[in-house]
Design a protein around this ligand. Structure first.
Ligand SMILES: [Fe+2]
Ligand SMILES: [Fe+2]
Length: 190
């Protein structure tokens, strides 16, 4: 069980880092006069707070005090500020880290939860994994726009409150990340 607590702590730290980094990347995009990209980062930053909440719920399931653990995990804000680059590099790095999370990190964490016979925690990790994939795809789409040097068109973004999946449209029936009904999607305003 210690292993499960360890990966949940690691997950909480990762989501805190991602949230803080994307807020910084959003500010940086505004400085470069890229308001659409600033909005994309802001939306994904919000989605990572949903993941944080999911990992805390997982900790509660194994009778851990999630708030106490969350408070213990401090991120190095100075170091993260130093990681802010030009927006195109920030987008590229973000796509890389989201891809790692869905292909590797959360996939393995779901297997560890399975090993400890914790099906709900396993499902939580799998849902987060699929949501991270939607983040990677979103960053990829905007990288292409930025690369083309075209005027970037504003598109509304919607986030599933249950799993943090981000889409440009509300799915017709169910969320592809968590399979909950699509009425859990909310529009994030600019
Ligand atoms: Fe993400
Ligand atoms: Fe979802």
């Amino acid at each position: 069980m210690d292993e499960l607590i360890k990966i949940l702590r690691n997950s909480i730290e990762g989501e805190k880092v991602a949230n803080f980094k994307y807020e910084l990347f959003s500010e940086q995009a505004l400085k470069e006069n890229l308001p659409v990209i600033a909005y994309v980062f802001k939306v994904v930053a919000y989605a990572e707070t949903i993941h944080l909440r999911i990992h805390m719920d997982s900790l509660e399931r194994i009778k851990e005090d999630s708030s106490a653990i969350e408070k213990q995990i401090q991120i190095n804000k100075v170091e993260l500020k130093n990681q802010v680059n030009r927006t195109i590099v920030n987008l590229l790095n973000s796509r890389v880290s989201e891809t790692f999370e869905f292909l590797d990190k959360y996939r393995n964490f779901a297997l560890i939860a399975k090993k400890y016979q914790e099906p709900i925690i396993e499902k939580n990790f799998s849902n987060v994994k699929r949501a991270e994939r939607s983040h990677a795809e979103l960053f990829q789409d905007y990288l292409i726009f930025l690369d083309d040097n075209k005027e970037i068109e504003f598109k509304k973004l919607y986030v599933c409150e249950k799993c943090g999946t981000v889409r440009t449209e509300i799915p017709s029936e169910r969320c592809p990340g968590c399979e909950n009904l699509s009425n859990f999607f909310i529009e994030i305003h600019k």
